[in-house]
Design a protein around this ligand. Structure first.
Ligand code: ZN
Ligand code: ZN
Length: 279
């Protein structure tokens, strides 16, 4: 982990001690990520194929056919579990159980990855229940295990997507929904992909989930506890997205980390009847 990220995590733990656990988990898992170089054996899509897809509004890949190095993901998944189980966590026993399961049954990991990629929450909950682990922890580990492959995807293809021609609320690389957004120094809005982390421009006065442009149905609220953040919502589809305003806060922490420490805002949004596209 870079020392800058480590500093950011310490800063956030000081500022928001109640998030110490997820922040430490994030920090712990990051330690491993630089160690694995996935082997991407797929053939790159041609520039012309990419251009046509972008023009017609199709993401380059779907979540089900992403070029992933599964061998690397399996190995990383296993190592991440092992590492977490070695920590003095309260879910230590469940982690050990998951580790044993992963060891004797590679299909178990595969079904987890499949469920994760198809956002099949009930299936993930079932798999998590088998080993008594919280689904959120299992999802996080799965996501991290896929991360080197996803990073390679992002590095290989972000050049091939003409950013200014992509005008949709889903990721041009993998088709996923955004999980968080930010306003840059000029107040332009960018969405952050929940799966691969790619960021793309999207108009502020439009709902990324249903493309609603009616100003009367779009709004946002803020909370004193989370300065620099706002929650943009749409009254047509009832979805919301958290937005970091970089004009207010100059954050150097990765957006996904900021997303992690603003769960309070998600609670407020849910209380007001708004949801994420996955519920
Ligand atoms: Zn993506
Ligand atoms: Zn909407």
């Amino acid at each position: 982990m870079s020392s800058e990220l480590s500093r950011q995590i310490d800063r956030l733990i000081q500022k928001k001690p109640m998030y110490k656990e997820p922040l430490s988990l994030y920090g712990d898992l990051m330690v491993f990520l630089n160690e694995i170089e996935p082997e991407m054996t797929h053939e790159m899509k041609d520039q012309s194929v990419c251009e046509t897809k972008v023009k017609e509004g199709f993401p380059l890949f779907s979540r089900e056919d992403l070029p992933l190095d599964l061998k690397a993901a399996f190995s990383l998944f296993y190592r991440l579990l092992k590492y977490l189980a070695s920590k003095n966590r309260r879910d230590k026993e469940a982690l050990e159980e998951a580790l044993t399961k992963a060891q004797i049954d590679p299909n178990w990991i595969m079904s987890l990855i499949t469920a994760f990629l198809s956002s099949d929450e009930p299936a993930i909950a079932n798999i998590a229940e088998e080993v008594n682990l919280e689904p959120v922890v299992l999802k996080f580990v799965t996501h991290m295990a896929l991360r080197p492959s996803l990073n390679t995807l992002k590095e290989s293809y972000s050049e091939r997507v003409q950013k200014d021609r992509w005008v949709y609320g889903y990721c041009p690389l993998c088709g996923s929904s955004p999980d968080v957004a930010y306003l840059n120094e000029e107040g332009r809005r960018f969405l952050h992909c929940e799966l691969c982390g790619y960021e793309w421009y999207y108009p502020r006065l439009r709902c990324p989930f249903c493309e609603n442009k009616e100003p009367k149905e779009l709004g946002y609220f803020v909370s004193e506890d989370d300065e620099g953040f706002r929650v943009d919502f749409c009254k047509k589809c009832n979805c919301y997205i958290k937005t970091l305003d970089k004009r207010v806060i100059e954050s150097r922490a990765p957006l996904e980390l900021e997303n992690l420490v603003t769960l309070h805002l998600d609670m407020l949004a849910h209380e007001q009847g708004f949801k994420t596209p996955h519920g």
